[in-house]
Design a protein around this ligand. Structure first.
Ligand SMILES: [Zn+2]
Length: 113
């Protein structure tokens, strides 16, 4: 399951971050979901809860935020937010773009004690 492997990766990153700050308990976590990541928010939430339970972290609040897609035209270097599934540059109509953001699932913040 796609969402489960993402959940495991996120928990791994949380654990590393907590270790760096010597934190004992995770209270809440903020996660941004790129619109291109193809992640179902509900099933990711379910997988995270299951993983938190396995880690014996108790109740952890999760907050999700949608990350808009931003791309850069390779021809004229213009950055823009494409409408859904239309990646042509509004200036030069080239479809060759680099994705700058919106294709990943990332931890934005942690609340720990
Ligand atoms: Zn362009």
């Amino acid at each position: 399951m796609h969402e489960m492997s993402i959940a495991l990766g996120l928990v791994e990153a949380v654990r590393a971050e907590m270790g760096r700050h010597d934190s004992k308990r995770l209270l809440r976590v903020g996660i941004s979901i790129g619109e291109l990541a193809g992640v179902d928010r509900q099933s990711l939430s379910f997988c995270l809860d299951a993983t938190f339970a396995e880690e014996h972290w108790g109740q952890v609040g999760t907050e999700f935020r949608a990350q808009a897609v931003e791309v850069r035209c390779r021809t004229c270097m213009r950055c823009f937010q494409p409408p859904r599934d239309d990646f042509r540059c509004p200036d030069c109509q080239t479809a060759a773009v680099d994705v700058l953001s919106g294709d990943a699932v990332e931890i934005e913040w942690l609340e720990v004690e």
